[in-house]
Design a protein around this ligand. Structure first.
Ligand code: 4AD
Ligand code: MG
Length: 465
């Protein structure tokens, strides 16, 4: 007999038929009861809710029933009936139970409820079995699907950019090296530096920090592309918003300026929030109840408001006039910290803010230079509770200006020559941005630590599992 998903049994029992025999397979969340009747809650991961199995103790072997404890895995065959208990529409009257795997109550780490997030991180191999992490993983899947659907519907092409690269796209020098050289016997050049000509690729390579540079090449041929892949940053930032390995979505659009770019970013994020509320409401409702009571209100607020558009210079003015004591001092020219970004969003405007035209010295080399000679056409989208969720810009498409900037910043031309070449042949205005997938997931789930919205977080001193 084919087993049913708990989600289908709970959400559309009529299509399966009350009174019919069904089979479910899953993991025991709880078991309670007395000598006459047991109630077993089974979750199969398809939905946050568990289905209740009612066991008439008399009809089963007592030794076998003892094997059924929290965490064990079962196949249950029985009759789908309307539930008399509150909180669920249907339940299963058990006829046959098969135990696949037991879970010794003395050692199984996930006993019932109330574990701290820190504890769950230590048992990341089991935390997908908690309600909260199940909700996160289903939402991650839904958002990934919605992202592909959004761009596909708009005629953008999914471009696969390389993970191993010879260039530092952000020029921030926070890259993980990729090498097959013997670290105990590194070949050296005559000058005493590492001889990368002996390495696998014949040159020094790293894990990518962004697919943007290659993404631009795609946009300059296909019109509109997006990437969606893992990116790596070896910044030693131990914060609730930074991972060493995170996923990023990077659309890149030809014939688009920064105004178009802002409109795309706003429409894109709103469409994802709308998708989550429409398709994953039970998970969001669950998170709203146990993690963050304002989650649903905040998601709706973002949907129903127009994002503020503001220049960096205006933003700094507001911060300077705020009389607020920040940990990091504000002045024109400094890179804004998350406390500054969140002040603008949460305390000043009470809505998402798109900050534009940053000082060129704190932004990457590829951004379009403004006439003032001081600022570039950058845009950061700032969100409540998160701070920066998107970073992007219009790109410098003039060959001389781009080359000058590369030279000013001492970026090795041998690493980016191919990128520069595109500005020589049929160059066009174009723009793009990067959305940090886990920052989006923080917003969608209401969780406050980025380690809790990715299955297996990679952070400084932590690469377990
Ligand atoms: O602002 P960033 O560094 O921009 C870029 O990488 C551009 N190449 C994007 C583009 O224009 N195509 O990063 C983009 C976003 C940030 O806004 C943030 O959401 C996320 O990526 N991000 C991180 N997320 C988690 N951990 C980190 N260490 C992150 N660094 C950036
Ligand atoms: Mg940024």
């Amino acid at each position: 007999m084919k087993h049913s998903k708990v989600k289908d049994l709970l959400n559309s029992p009529e299509s399966i038929g009350i009174g019919n025999q069904v089979n479910v397979k899953g993991w025991v969340r709880t078991k309670r009861g007395n000598n006459a009747v047991n109630f077993i809650a089974i979750n199969d991961g398809s939905v946050v809710h568990s289905i209740q199995v009612v066991v008439d103790v008399e009809k089963f072997n007592a030794e076998e029933l003892k094997l059924i404890t929290t965490g064990s895995s079962l196949s249950v065959t029985g009759i789908l009936v309307e539930s008399c208990g509150s909180g669920q529409s249907v339940e299963i009257q058990a006829e046959k139970i098969e135990v696949y795997g037991t879970a010794n109550p003395e050692t199984y780490p996930l006993q019932k409820k109330g574990h701290s997030m820190e504890f769950l991180r230590d048992i990341a191999y089991l935390r997908p079995r908690t309600n909260y992490f199940g909700a996160v993983l289903r939402l991650r899947h839904a958002m990934a699907f919605a992202i592909h659907q959004y761009f596909n519907d708009k005629g953008y092409f999914y471009l696969h950019t390389p993970i191993i690269t010879g260039s530092d796209a952000e020029g921030a020098g926070a890259m993980f090296s990729v090498t097959t050289l013997n670290l105990n016997d590194i070949p050296k050049t005559e000058e005493g530096t590492v001889d990368f000509s002996k390495d696998f690729f014949g040159k020094s390579t790293s894990l990518t920090v962004s697919g943007q540079l290659e993404g631009e090449l795609g946009a300059l041929a296909l019109g509109g592309i997006y990437t969606f892949g893992p990116t790596f940053r070896a910044e030693n930032s131990n914060t609730p918003r930074h991972l060493a390995e995170f996923w990023m979505i990077e659309p890149e659009v030809a014939f688009a300026d920064i105004t178009d770019n802002m409109a795309l970013a706003e429409d894109f994020i709103k469409s994802l929030v709308r998708y989550a509320l429409k398709h994953n409401y039970s998970d969001i409702e669950f998170l709203n109840n146990i993690v963050d009571k304002e989650l649903i209100a905040r998601l709706n607020e973002v949907l129903n408001t127009e994002f503020v558009r503001l220049s960096y210079t205006e933003g700094v003015d507001i911060l300077l006039k705020s009389n607020k004591k920040f940990e990091y001092k504000v002045a024109w020219g400094v890179d804004l910290q998350s406390e500054h970004e969140r002040y603008l969003v949460e305390e000043h405007f009470h809505k998402p803010v798109i900050l534009t035209d940053y000082p060129k010295d704190i932004k990457a080399f590829y951004m379009k230079q403004n006439e003032d000679g001081k600022t570039v056409r950058a845009m950061d989208v700032l969100f409540p509770k998160i701070g920066e969720i998107i970073g992007g810009s219009e790109r410098e498409w003039n060959y001389e200006k781009l080359l000058n900037r590369v030279q000013e910043l001492n970026i090795p031309e041998k690493d980016v020559w191919w990128y520069l070449e595109t500005r020589k042949y049929g160059s066009v205005p174009h723009s793009g941005f990067g959305l940090g997938f886990e920052r989006l997931m923080l917003f969608i789930t209401g969780l406050s630590n980025i380690r809790d919205v990715i299955p297996f977080p990679r952070t400084p001193m932590n690469a377990e599992f």
